[in-house]
Design a protein around this ligand. Structure first.
Ligand SMILES: Cc1cc2nc3c(=O)[nH]c(=O)nc-3n(C[C@H](O)[C@H](O)[C@H](O)COP(=O)(O)O)c2cc1C
Length: 173
């Protein structure tokens, strides 16, 4: 049994406070490469990941996200890196494919010693004119849909305690 993998799955937490230092190129590459190994329907590899580290673009993504949320706090919690996952709605399994890439990035980040969190509202952000302009800059086809942002960085402080798992999570026939 791959006990290390199971432990990593159990111990990953959503991190909501980050140190300002940027993660290393190697750490980012490790997480991105893991994302490419997520299973996809019929092996089509339909999602796309955009790695963003430029502080101005991170700030823009955060502002667009906050606007959808109707909040004036930073929905990215000061994380210095974000990976935006897009999926192709022409592929029947687009949402499952994109979500599994997100999950794989989160797990890989934890295994690589990084903090991470799924930040939502990518769909709405990339329906706006500003979001569409970013997609154009990144060469993402206009029809693609934002699935999520995986923020990455070094955790500031301890990871939060998880809620206990609900009693009726598992049903056995
Ligand atoms: C689809 C989805 C959307 C999420 N969106 C956000 C978000 O916008 N902001 C946030 O702080 N956490 C977000 N999260 C993280 C969840 O709140 C978190 O996974 C949950 O509370 C369980 O905590 P854990 O990840 O530490 O186990 C999201 C998670 C998922 C799966």
């Amino acid at each position: 049994m791959k006990l290390e993998t199971l432990q990593s799955i159990r111990e990953r937490r959503s991190i909501r406070a980050y140190r300002p230092e940027q993660i290393s190129r190697e750490e980012l590459d490790t997480v991105l490469e893991a994302g490419t190994w997520a299973p996809t329907g019929m092996g089509r590899q339909s999602p796309k990941m955009v790695a963003v580290q430029d502080p101005e673009t991170i700030a823009l993504l955060s502002r667009l996200n906050a606007r959808v949320l109707g909040s004036d706090t930073d929905p990215f919690y000061g994380a210095p890196t974000a990976v935006v996952v897009f999926a192709d709605p022409e592929v029947p399994t687009w949402l499952e494919d994109g979500s599994l890439v997100m999950g794989t990035l989160l797990l890989a980040a934890h295994a690589a010693g990084l903090g991470s969190c799924w930040i939502h509202r990518a769909r709405q952000v990339f329906e706006t004119a500003e979001g569409k302009a970013l997609m154009k800059r990144w060469g993402i086809p206009d029809r693609f849909v934002g699935v999520g942002h995986c923020i990455l960085g070094y955790a500031a402080g301890e990871a939060p305690q998880p809620k206990p798992r609900k009693a009726d999570y598992i049903v056995r026939d």
